[in-house]
Design a protein around this ligand. Structure first.
Ligand code: HEC
Ligand code: HEC
Ligand code: HEC
Ligand code: HEC
Ligand code: HEC
Ligand code: HEC
Ligand code: HEC
Ligand code: HEC
Ligand code: HEC
Ligand code: HEC
Ligand code: HEC
Ligand code: HEC
Ligand code: HEC
Ligand code: HEC
Length: 359
């Protein structure tokens, strides 16, 4: 039989829950568990005070690795400040949301500060292989693995886990002075969206501009857009022919009232991919279609690559419902075999309730 008395004692500003007089217990555990596995540059405080039973039940537990509670709840019993800090965040980083603190932290001891599993960017690349890129010109903090200078590893209010969604992200390190303004039409930089032109990880050139450049921008013909023309005319002076592609029952032409509707999707200067769009096309749509994103984020199952909206939607305009490319036929482009054995759909299969083609 064991008797636990729960006492709370403040230690380094935290409340630690100790179970009984445990000071000698680690020694008992160490008779079989190699103490070397619990040493390192950084030793977790409860290990330093030899309190194995702060986290483990010695005999049996409902939780794996004989933990007293589910991992995240266990950590939060002592790390209340962190629990409070992330409670109100809109976006939690997936591994934390799933309760796996140990995917990034070692619970006992580590060679890295903050008990991290791996050093710098290696911690992140373990799961984000696709972001491990060698750029001809890497941005210094990216190359040096200072991912946390821009990203909030636990969670934040921005879907990219950015610590600041505006220019504050950059102006923390880059000074808003006349020299820098000189490169940017002398604008006050605090209100400028730096990410619309610069790739924060790296680029082809030291200027870190996104790789697909709009002809008049790369030709330094800033005046053609910044001098006189306003609103949609800024674009129509060279792209008048694009208007025809909006001339459909469902279209995106009137979306911005007096402003320029073209730049709500296209960046007038540079992009990551053809069409002067961001790598993740969904980024351009998120603000206006927040409901659609909220529904997707709640879903357990998502269509693969769903953020490449252009796979299915024709975004200037279309006569088909929800601006699908070729209506329901769009699915056949990739799911070719399916069309042979599905329920009849299309013009020849009308829904008797509303006479619409089945989709
Ligand atoms: C008499 C030897 C012995 C002692 C003493 C001992 N253990 Fe173990 N423990 C083992 C063995 C054997 C295993 C299973 C093999 C392994 O994982 O190393 C194990 C496994 C574990 C595991 C992993 C359980 C799992 O599900 O993978 C934990 C956690 C653990 N022990 C904690 C403790 C703690 C805390 C103490 C001290 C209160 C302790 N042990 C004392 C022998 C011992
Ligand atoms: C702060 C909480 C905490 C304390 C204190 C703690 N552990 Fe653990 N321990 C964990 C967690 C969390 C895991 C599971 C890690 C994982 O799943 O990767 C774990 C896993 C283990 C394992 C299994 C290792 C493995 O790789 O499967 C052993 C053995 C173990 N602990 C022994 C101990 C001993 C002995 C002590 C005291 C010296 C101790 N623990 C103190 C949180 C703690
Ligand atoms: C995706 C990786 C990742 C996950 C998952 C994660 N952390 Fe962290 N954590 C970090 C990094 C990186 C730091 C270093 C602080 C920084 O650079 O902002 C850190 C710092 C900390 C710190 C010390 C500084 C602070 O913010 O208080 C604590 C405590 C902490 N984490 C606890 C947790 C707990 C508890 C969980 C699970 C609920 C967790 N972490 C999940 C990456 C992670
Ligand atoms: C029994 C209380 C207790 C539990 C449970 C606990 N911690 Fe801690 N942890 C502490 C104390 C005390 C410190 C040292 C004070 C501080 O830095 O906040 C600390 C420090 C840390 C640090 C910072 C280390 C550094 O280098 O500054 C991290 C990261 C951390 N804990 C993660 C975790 C994770 C992950 C869990 C769950 C597996 C966990 N803690 C569970 C008490 C606890
Ligand atoms: C244990 C695996 C794991 C680790 C380690 C990890 N992440 Fe993540 N991260 C994920 C998952 C899973 C998602 C959600 C991806 C999704 O929904 O497509 C995610 C999402 C993100 C996002 C949001 C953008 C996106 O692709 O959805 C950013 C930014 C991010 N992680 C950065 C980091 C950084 C920086 C680190 C290192 C501090 C890190 N991650 C460590 C698993 C991990
Ligand atoms: C200077 C700020 C900054 C630094 C440093 C930084 N990131 Fe990012 N990261 C961003 C921004 C901003 C985005 C959003 C995508 C964009 O704007 O191109 C992003 C996007 C991401 C994504 C989402 C997928 C993608 O590429 O869009 C991941 C994953 C990621 N970063 C991981 C990392 C890792 C790992 C490191 C460290 C090696 C790191 N980031 C360093 C600013 C930064
Ligand atoms: C953690 C600090 C830090 C943050 C945050 C940061 N940078 Fe940097 N940046 C640097 C350092 C260091 C260099 C390389 C030294 C230098 O040339 O000034 C650099 C270089 C650059 C360069 C190339 C300069 C040149 O002379 O070739 C550009 C462009 C740039 N950063 C843009 C940005 C943008 C845009 C952001 C925000 C998304 C940002 N930086 C955020 C530290 C930072
Ligand atoms: C309209 C597109 C655009 C926007 C928005 C933008 N930049 Fe730039 N940035 C440029 C161009 C073009 C250059 C010059 C490249 C050259 O001279 O080779 C540049 C150069 C830079 C440099 C390097 C300056 C040097 O010393 O050579 C830094 C640092 C920088 N920008 C940071 C920022 C920051 C911070 C923001 C947001 C406050 C920002 N940029 C917004 C286009 C932009
Ligand atoms: C194809 C038209 C076009 C060209 C060419 C162009 N711009 Fe722009 N630029 C715009 C539009 C549209 C905006 C957004 C409306 C505004 O703020 O004036 C903008 C905004 C900006 C901003 C503010 C960005 C922000 O997020 O607030 C800067 C800085 C800028 N442009 C610099 C330049 C520079 C430098 C050049 C030439 C190298 C240039 N632009 C060429 C159309 C253009
Ligand atoms: C001075 C003439 C001029 C102006 C003004 C202009 N463009 Fe362009 N645009 C071009 C040229 C030249 C190309 C490259 C040739 C081509 O692909 O048609 C181009 C290409 C594009 C592309 C296609 C890029 C690709 O990858 O195929 C888009 C999208 C675009 N412009 C959007 C805009 C938008 C939005 C505006 C208004 C902010 C605008 N343009 C204003 C001349 C202009
Ligand atoms: C709702 C988002 C959205 C709006 C608003 C929008 N576009 Fe597009 N545009 C796209 C997409 C998506 C593509 C296809 C890009 C791709 O897949 O390469 C595209 C393609 C283009 C192209 C490349 C040539 C082509 O037709 O394939 C031009 C030029 C262009 N748009 C100009 C404009 C102009 C001018 C406006 C304003 C009158 C505008 N766009 C408004 C999303 C939009
Ligand atoms: C500036 C705001 C804005 C942006 C940015 C925007 N949309 Fe829209 N979108 C609208 C509005 C408003 C409508 C309704 C138009 C109508 O029905 O006449 C709409 C309609 C749609 C529809 C048809 C929905 C229906 O119920 O018929 C689809 C699909 C769509 N948008 C997808 C996208 C995609 C994908 C992007 C990004 C490439 C995007 N939108 C960017 C405002 C926006
Ligand atoms: C695999 C094909 C496919 C992809 C990829 C796709 N959609 Fe759709 N989308 C559809 C279909 C089919 C509907 C009609 C669904 C319905 O009627 O319930 C639709 C409906 C919509 C609607 C109407 C309102 C709603 O939520 O149902 C919007 C807005 C929309 N999509 C935006 C987007 C955006 C933004 C993206 C990219 C981030 C995207 N879609 C990617 C197929 C797709
Ligand atoms: C650009 C190609 C593409 C288009 C267009 C497309 N799909 Fe898909 N679809 C895929 C891929 C690839 C997968 C597998 C994704 C995965 O495994 O994550 C998939 C998976 C699915 C699945 C899950 C099937 C399974 O076996 O798990 C369904 C259901 C589906 N798609 C329906 C649709 C419908 C309905 C449409 C039309 C609105 C559509 N798809 C359009 C490429 C596409």
């Amino acid at each position: 039989m064991m008797f636990f008395s729960r006492l709370k004692i403040p230690l380094f500003g935290l409340v630690i829950i100790l179970f009984g007089a445990t000071a000698g217990l680690a020694a008992d555990c160490y008779t079989c568990h190699d103490p070397a596995a619990f040493q390192g540059q950084v030793v977790h405080e409860p290990i330093a005070v030899k309190n194995c039973l702060a986290c483990h039940a010695p005999h049996v537990s409902r939780h794996e690795k004989l933990l007293l509670q589910r991992e995240q709840e266990l950590c939060f019993t002592c790390h209340e400040k962190l629990a409070a800090a992330i409670a109100g965040k809109k976006v939690l980083h997936a591994p934390l949301r799933d309760g796996r603190c140990s995917s990034c932290h070692k619970p006992h001891a580590a060679e890295q500060k903050y008990l991290l599993q791996r050093v710098g960017g290696e911690l992140c690349f373990e799961c984000h292989q696709e972001s491990r890129k060698e750029y001809p010109a890497s941005h210094a903090p990216f190359a040096e693995g200072q991912c946390s200078s821009c990203h909030a590893a636990h969670g934040g209010d921005d879907h990219r886990l950015l610590k600041d969604a505006g220019s504050g992200l950059c102006l923390d390190c880059h000074e808003d002075n006349s020299r820098l303004r000189g490169k940017h039409l002398d604008r006050e930089l605090t209100t400028v969206d730096c990410l619309s032109c610069h790739n924060p990880h790296g680029g082809e050139k030291p200027s870190l501009l996104r790789v697909v450049s709009h002809a008049p921008f790369s030709e330094q013909n800033c005046q053609v857009c910044h001098a006189e023309a306003q609103g949609i005319d800024t674009c129509l002076q060279c792209h008048a022919s694009a208007l025809a592609s909006f001339n459909y029952a469902h279209n995106h032409l009137g979306i911005q009232g007096e402003g320029n509707p073209c730049v709500s999707c296209h960046d007038p200067h540079v992009g990551d991919r053809s069409g002067l769009l961001p790598n993740n096309v969904g980024t351009a749509c998120r603000d206006c279609h927040a409901d659609t994103f909220a529904r997707q984020e709640k879903s357990l199952h998502k269509h693969g690559n769903w953020e490449t909206c252009t796979d299915c939607h024709q975004l200037h305009g279309s006569n088909d419902v929800v601006m699908l490319k070729q209506g329901h036929q769009v699915c056949n482009v990739c799911h070719d075999q399916h069309k042979a054995f599905i329920h009849p759909i299309g013009e020849d299969a009308r829904d008797p309730r509303n006479q619409q083609p089945m989709d």
